[in-house]
Every structure is written in structure tokens, then in C-alpha cells.
Design a protein around this ligand. Structure first.
Ligand SMILES: Cc1cc2nc3c(=O)[nH]c(=O)nc-3n(C[C@H](O)[C@H](O)[C@H](O)COP(=O)(O)O)c2cc1C
Length: 400
């Protein structure tokens, strides 16, 4: 990515074991040309020293609201106005609770209330703290009021528990902020399909697949963060998405096609991430099919519509990014599909690997165009989605 808009970034660090990762975050912002200042809460200073952050940021670290020298010039208001972007990373459960009440009893709280900057929080806490209904309520309130949520990630925790609550890695926080700053897809209308489709056999049984929808939802979030108007057409999944996204829930491949077609005339880009069922039952029984006394029961299947290739054929001037999940000869099948479906880019992943693909939070892919191949190493689906969305922007240096 080139053309990075340089910004004043205020990194706020709170009392979490993940505070040491903020050093890398500050370094990443600095390395990419941003001006960075740091605020630390009292608890944060028990985890990592202001001296370290001062050395990395090149500025005195701001620590106290009632600092007689800093407040000579109303320091907290100055900082609130100076910042284009505020990133609270790590953000503790305590700070989340304080912010959701609009408290201004410390420097961080006062700045957040006073600032019109773009705000991001990267929570970090024990998984039970994260899933506690009070934290959930606070986070819901903050994220529906101007705070962009980054993570948290799932994985091993310092306390030995495993689950959601780990702070997202600095690179992911950096990329999430950057993609929002760049707004490289501003003015574009993007359709993303996600999840499986469900093809009924009778009122209680259906044909479907293992797709969780995570990759498609991550693509939709990344596209929305880049400034695009995003329509997410999803099969049945248990995921939620941010208010930035216009979500349309469907069941069958046919419904997904119909909804896509309606929007396609005014769309610029179609991202086909859904695992669309290849076949559907020729007949759908209106009543539950009774268990037969025979040992076998035949269902006659017919091919479903190939949504992406049908749309690519009807709208050749638009950009199409497809995904393919293969269990063998991944490159060969991906290249074949790129051509046969009329795609501009295809993202191929090997779902025979259990640590990536369908229900995993991670993925590792290769992207193919007619001329190029680009490898994306294993990372969280949200970070990968940001990188894939960057391929569609005007600043993309390769692939497209
Ligand atoms: C070793 C240790 C690790 C902690 N890690 C976390 C954490 O990751 N997330 C969290 O929300 N609180 C954590 N806490 C508790 C917070 O430090 C505590 O709630 C503190 O009041 C937060 O203050 P602050 O939000 O003003 O920085 C930890 C406490 C200790 C002693």
C-alpha cells in the first residue's frame, strides 16, 4: 500500500498484561510516518514503564490529568484536539466500564470525552471478563457510539485460559486503523456473500456445508472500514456484524443469487465468499419424509446456479473476487476457476488443513489473477481480510 495519509495518533495504554505489545504498536505507527504520543493510566505504569514509551514515541508520556505543568495550557484539551486518531490498546475491562459511563476522572477519560478524533479500542482481558454480560453491554454501547472495536482475538491467555479476550496483535491493530484512515474504497458499492446456503429436502432436513461465514463477515467489515458501502448477503450463520453493513439474510443459493442480482446493477465489486451448495434436491417434500423401511433412500439432486460466474457473465465491466476452498490440487483448481468463472481475482485456501479454513479464526491463502500469484501467510481472518480488501483499492501495487 502506498499513499498513506500521515496522522497524529494518540496511543492510550491501560492496565493489562498486554501492555508490553503497545511498544510494537507505537513503533509500527512511527515507522509508517505517523506522529505518535502516548497516554498511560496509573495501572498501565505498573506493567510497563513510561520511559520505554517515551523512548519509542520520542515524546514525554502523558500520565496525569491533574498535572500542574501540563495543565498550564489545558493539556488534556490540547491533546484531545491534537489527535486525529485515538487508539486504546490494550483496553482493560475497567477502562471500558469507565468510558461507557462517560467518566472523566483521569486523563484518558477526559481526553476521550473531549476529542472528536476517530477512536479505536483493542480490548484485552481474561475470557470470562470479556464474556461477562456487563462487559458485553458496555462494549455494545461504546461500539454503537463512535468507538471502533478491534478484536479481541481468540487464543491462549496469560492466565492459562483459552478463548476470546487476547488483545489483537499490533500488526492487526495497525492495519485496522490504517485501512480506516486510507478510506481507499470510499464511494464504492460492494456486495459480499458469506456463509453456507441451505437447500431443504423436507421441512426439517436440508443439505448444507461447514462454512461458518467468518471469512465473509471479516471481508465485509474490512470493506466497510475502507469506506465502501457494503451489502452482506449471508446464508444461515450465528455471527453478528457492525451497523456499518447492510445485511441481508437468505437461505438458499437461489435466494442469494436473486438478492445479489437486485444489487448488482449499481455495485462496483462483488466478493463471493459464500460456500454455495453446488446441488439442491429436485423435489422438496411438504411434509417430513418418514423413515422408510428400506435400507436406502434416494434423493435426486440437481445443480444449483453458479452465482458468481452467472453475475460475472452478465456484468463483465465490474470487479469479481471469488474464494475457493479445496482439499487437494489447490493451485490447479483455483486457476481453472479463475478462468471458467470469469473472475478478476481468486482467493484459494486449503481446507484440508485443520488449523485454517472453515470454522477456524485463521486462514492462509494464495491469491491468483491471470498474471500473478500472491501468498498471504497464516493470520487471523480479520487481518487477512484487510489485506485482501487492500488489493481492491486504487493504491494496490500488485495483483490487480
Ligand atoms: C497481573 C495482572 C494482569 C491484569 N491484566 C488485565 C487484563 O489483561 N485486562 C483487564 O481488563 N484487567 C487486567 N488486570 C486488572 C486491571 O489492571 C485493573 O482492573 C485496573 O484497575 C485497570 O485500570 P485502568 O483501566 O485504569 O488501567 C490485571 C491485573 C493484574 C494484577
Amino acid at each position: 500500500m502506498n499513499n498513506i495519509k500521515k496522522s497524529n495518533i494518540l496511543v492510550c495504554i491501560t492496565g493489562s498484561i498486554a501492555a508490553y505489545k503497545s511498544v510494537d504498536l507505537v513503533r509500527l505507527f512511527k515507522k509508517n510516518g505517523h506522529e505518535v504520543q502516548v497516554v498511560m493510566t496509573e495501572s498501565a505504569r505498573e506493567f510497563i514503564t513510561p520511559l520505554t514509551l517515551q523512548a519509542i514515541s520520542g515524546h514525554k508520556v502523558h500520565q496525569s490529568l491533574l498535572d500542574i505543568d501540563a495543565e498550564l495550557a489545558m493539556g488534556h484539551i490540547e491533546l484531545a484536539k491534537w489527535a486525529d486518531v485515538i487508539v486504546i490498546a490494550p483496553c482493560s475491562a475497567e477502562t471500558i466500564a469507565r468510558l461507557s459511563l462517560g467518566r472523566a476522572n483521569d486523563l484518558l477519560g477526559a481526553i476521550i470525552l473531549a476529542s472528536k478524533a476517530k477512536k479505536f479500542i483493542a480490548p484485552a482481558m481474561n475470557t470470562n471478563m470479556w464474556s461477562n454480560p456487563v462487559t458485553k453491554k458496555n462494549i455494545f454501547y461504546l461500539s454503537s457510539n463512535d468507538m471502533n472495536l478491534i478484536g479481541p482475538a481468540k487464543g491462549d491467555q496469560a492466565c492459562g485460559d483459552v478463548g476470546y479476550g487476547r488483545m489483537s496483535e499490533p500488526e492487526e491493530i495497525y492495519e485496522s486503523v490504517q485501512v480506516t484512515l486510507n478510506q481507499s474504497l470510499n464511494g464504492k458499492k460492494i456486495i459480499v456473500t458469506a456463509g453456507p446456503t441451505r437447500e431443504q429436502i423436507d421441512p426439517v432436513r436440508f443439505i448444507s456445508n461447514n462454512s461458518s461465514g467468518k471469512m465473509g463477515f471479516a471481508m465485509a467489515e474490512a470493506a466497510a472500514s475502507s469506506g465502501a458501502e457494503v451489502f452482506l448477503i449471508t446464508g444461515p450463520v450465528s455471527l453478528t456484524c457492525s451497523d456499518l453493513i447492510k445485511r441481508i439474510d437468505v437461505k438458499t443459493a437461489n435466494d442469494m443469487y436473486e438478492e445479489s442480482l437486485k444489487l448488482m446493477h449499481s455495485a462496483d465489486i462483488f466478493i463471493g465468499c459464500a460456500a454455495v451448495a453446488d446441488f439442491k434436491s429436485v423435489e422438496i417434500s411438504h411434509q417430513k419424509i418418514k423413515k422408510s423401511f428400506e435400507n436406502h433412500f434416494d434423493i435426486r439432486l440437481e445443480k444449483n446456479i453458479d452465482i458468481i460466474s452467472s453475475l460475472a457473465e452478465q456484468f463483465p465491466a465490474k470487479t469479481f473476487m471469488g474464494f475457493c476452498a479445496e482439499t487437494e490440487r489447490v493451485e490447479e483448481y483455483a486457476k481453472e476457476k479463475l478462468i471458467s468463472k470469469g473472475l478478476d481475482l481468486i482467493v484459494a485456501n486449503d481446507v484440508s488443513k485443520s488449523d485454517i479454513g472453515f470454522d477456524s479464526d485463521f486462514n492462509e491463502v494464495n491469491v491468483y489473477t491471470k498474471e500473478e500469484k500472491k501468498y498471504f501467510q497464516k493470520s487471523t481472518k480479520s487481518l487477512l481480510a484487510i489485506k485482501l480488501i487492500n488489493l481492491l483499492g486504487p493504491d494496490s501495487q500488485s495483483i490487480h
